[in-house]
Structure formats: structure tokens, C-alpha cells
Design a protein around this ligand. Structure first.
Ligand code: FAD
Length: 351
């Protein structure tokens, strides 16, 4: 008998698989390519909310856990995944500059926000009110991480590229069985796909569609990340990701003309040099009603778990909460209330 079945191999499923490997647990993953959030993500790790200059929820703790986690992945997969890059936040007014200085004065933000403003970062991107530099930030190449991790599991015969059919799941007292596979427990990591999961779709999952365009520009020659009305993220070879959009009303998976126009208009206002749009991608962020992850044990079936609700911050959140979930299952260490899906138990019994 296996220890676990895992459904979904985005950032959540990868972090869970990794935590199980660390404990020598036996598992199999199902993955059907139905969701793309982790694949298309900008991959930014950035502890600071750059709209208000506040620290994101638990972000300093998350950074401490996430960076060693991804460095270990690099060694394990023999692939480059971590790209430390500073973010330059363009200011639009003197008031914004003042807010930045006020924030940088707070001990919790001081290590991230540089108080020396930068006048110029690139001849093609100007800023009347200068730029603020954010430290300890960068990009995780989620595309490489996912592809390499899939290959890694494939070589060990630990992944099936198939859709998990919920109707075929049999729940027993101390185990679950699915199409001839038995395991002690199952963890669902389907991102926005959880909508189709009859066991967990009572949870208040809120989809938010995000889109990026990729531009090609020989002239731009930008080495760092810029945050203005959009992010510009250098990818190498004169390519840059520009985005992302946020849309909670249209939740179809296709890239849209509206998002493309919106991003094109924004980047035209931001850079003065020529560029060409060469690609566009879309995904649905799996967010929760209270903007916190939702993980833990099903209120009725003790062998069913879920790990979801990472919203727009899966890169930093997943290494930390995956450890907390496996500690809960394996060692009975309680989950913090604010992420425990028990906070929505009432919704389950009402459903
Ligand atoms: C445009 C965009 C930009 C983003 N940028 C960033 C960023 O810069 N930094 C950051 O931290 N976060 C970013 N995010 C958010 C981040 O992508 C998410 O927080 C994270 O990827 C969620 O991971 P997940 O594994 O929960 O879900 P997903 O990535 O959706 O993964 C779920 C997986 O489960 C599979 N699946 C679902 N149902 C089934 C089934 N029945 N059977 C088999 N497999 C199934 C899907 O195919 C998928 O691979 C961005 C998101 C978008 C859309």
C-alpha cells in the first residue's frame, strides 16, 4: 500500500511531494494539465506588497523557508531555477516617496526597502520621482521547475499523466482506493480545479484570471525587475514578461484580446524603445475568500486532505505550508487556525 495519492502537480503538489520524499513516504501523483497557474506564473518572490509598502502575510518566515527549498530543488533536479533579481518600484509622486521612507523605517521592512532612491535605472524607462529598490527578491523559473519535477517523478514511476476521476475514489476506514491503487491518504492540490472536487468544493475558492504578454526588445537591455503599473521581468535573450492582469469575473483559461491590449497600452507608456509582442499566457489563480491558504483534513473523511488557496503568492507560500500540512498529518502538530480549512467547516455542514 502507498502512503499517499496526490492530485495535481503545480506549486502545491510539488511542495507536498517534496515534503513526502524528505520523509521517505511512498506516493503517486495524478496530473492532467487542466490548470496552468503555476506554469504561467511570473515566479516572483517578493515579501513586500508594492501597492501599499507593507509586508505580505507571514512573508519574512516564508522567505526563510522558500529560498533554501528552491536551492535544494536546483541540486536535486540539476537545473537552474532560482534567479535573485532586485525589484525597482517606480514612484508616481512625492507622497509615494514619503510612504516608502515611512515603511522603510519599520524594523520589519527595513531589510527589504532601500532608503537610497535611484534616479535612473535604464535609458528607456524614466521616472520623475525616482525608483525605490526592493532587496531579497527574485524569480523562480516555475516552468523549468514543473517540467523537471515531472520528469523526475516520471523516471521513478511516481506520476500518472491522467485526470483524477473523483467518482472512482473509494473511501475506507484507514485507507483510500482508486482504480486499483491503495493509499493511506490522499491530498488534493488541484488549484482552481478544486471547483470540480465534490469533497472540497464547499470551500470558498475564488478564481482570479491572470495574464502576461512576453515582449522581445533588443534595445531595452534591462537587467532588473521593474514595477510600475505592471511588472517587467527579464527572461534573458532580450525577452521580458509584462503583467500581470487580475480578473475575477472572466474565468475561462484562454488568453484574451482585452488583456493583451491593456498590457500593451501600459508597457507603451512605460518604455520608450521599440518592442514586439511574441507570446501571451493565462492562468487562474486559486484564491480564497479571506486571502489565506486553505489546507487540512476533510471535516468528515479523515483520509482526505487539501492544500490550496495560494492566490497570487504560491511561490513563497507553498514551501512553508506544505511542511505544516505534512507535520499535521504525520506528527499531529496542529495547523495554525488562520490556514486550517476547519475555519470553513460550517459551510461544509450547510452544503
Ligand atoms: C498570470 C499569473 C501570474 C502569477 N505570478 C505569480 C508570481 O509572480 N509569484 C507567485 O508567487 N505567484 C504567482 N501567481 C500565482 C501562482 O501561480 C499560484 O499561487 C500557484 O501557482 C497555485 O499553485 P497550485 O499548485 O495551487 O495550483 P495550479 O498551479 O493550478 O496547479 C494545480 C494542478 O492540478 C492539476 N489538476 C487539477 N485537477 C486535476 C485532476 N482532476 N486530475 C489531475 N490533475 C489535476 C492541474 O493540471 C494543475 O497542474 C501567478 C498566477 C498567474 C495566473
Amino acid at each position: 500500500m502507498l502512503d499517499y495519492i496526490i492530485v495535481g502537480l503545480g506549486l502545491s503538489g510539488i511542495a507536498i511531494s517534496q515534503r513526502l520524499e524528505e520523509r521517505n513516504k511512498k506516493f503517486v501523483v495524478f496530473e492532467d494539465n487542466s490548470q496552468k497557474s503555476s506554469l504561467v506564473a511570473g515566479g516572483l518572490f517578493n515579501p513586500v506588497i508594492l501597492k501599499r509598502f507593507t509586508l505580505a502575510w507571514n512573508a519574512n518566515k516564508q522567505v526563510e523557508i522558500a529560498l533554501p527549498f528552491y536551492r535544494e530543488m536546483e541540486t536535486k533536479l540539476q537545473a537552474k531555477i532560482v534567479y535573485p533579481l532586485e525589484i525597482y518600484r517606480k514612484f508616481f509622486s512625492a507622497e509615494e516617496q514619503n510612504n516608502w521612507f515611512e515603511a522603510a523605517d519599520k524594523p520589519i521592512l527595513a531589510e527589504y526597502l532601500d532608503t537610497k532612491l535611484v534616479k535612473e535605472i535604464n535609458p528607456n524607462i524614466s521616472s520623475e520621482f525616482s525608483f525605490g529598490r526592493v532587496r531579497q527578491t527574485g524569480v523562480i523559473d516555475t516552468d523549468v521547475l514543473i517540467k523537471e519535477y515531472r520528469n523526475y517523478l516520471k523516471n521513478k514511476d511516481e506520476i500518472q499523466f491522467k485526470s483524477f476521476g473523483y467518482n472512482a475514489l473509494q473511501i475506507n476506514n484507514d485507507s483510500v482506493s482508486y482504480n486499483g491503487i491503495s493509499a493511506r491518504q490522499i491530498i488534493f492540490c488541484e488549484g482552481f480545479g478544486m471547483l470540480h472536487n465534490p469533497f472540497f468544493n464547499y470551500l470558498p475558492l475564488r478564481g482570479n484570471k491572470g495574464e502576461y504578454i512576453t515582449i522581445y526588445s533588443e534595445e531595452l537591455r534591462l537587467k532588473e525587475i521593474v514595477k510600475s503599473s505592471v511588472f517587467i521581468i527579464p527572461l534573458g535573450n532580450d525577452l521580458y514578461k509584462v503583467g500581470a492582469t487580475y480578473n475575477s469575473r472572466e474565468l475561462d483559461p484562454q488568453p484574451s484580446e482585452t488583456a493583451r491590449e491593456d498590457l500593451e497600452n501600459k508597457i507603451k507608456k512605460l518604455v520608450t524603445c521599440k518592442f514586439e509582442i511574441v507570446d501571451q499566457s493565462a492562468g487562474i489563480r486559486p484564491a480564497s475568500k479571506d486571502r489565506k491558504p486553505m489546507l487540512g483534513r476533510h471535516p468528515e473523511y479523515k483520509n482526505l486532505y487539501c492544500c490550496n488557496g495560494f492566490g497570487s503568492r504560491g511561490v513563497l507560500i507553498s514551501p512553508m505550508v506544505s511542511e505544516q500540512l505534512i507535520n499535521f498529518i504525520e506528527n499531529d502538530i496542529q495547523l495554525p487556525q488562520e490556514i486550517d480549512l476547519q475555519r470553513f467547516n460550517k459551510k461544509h455542514y450547510e452544503a
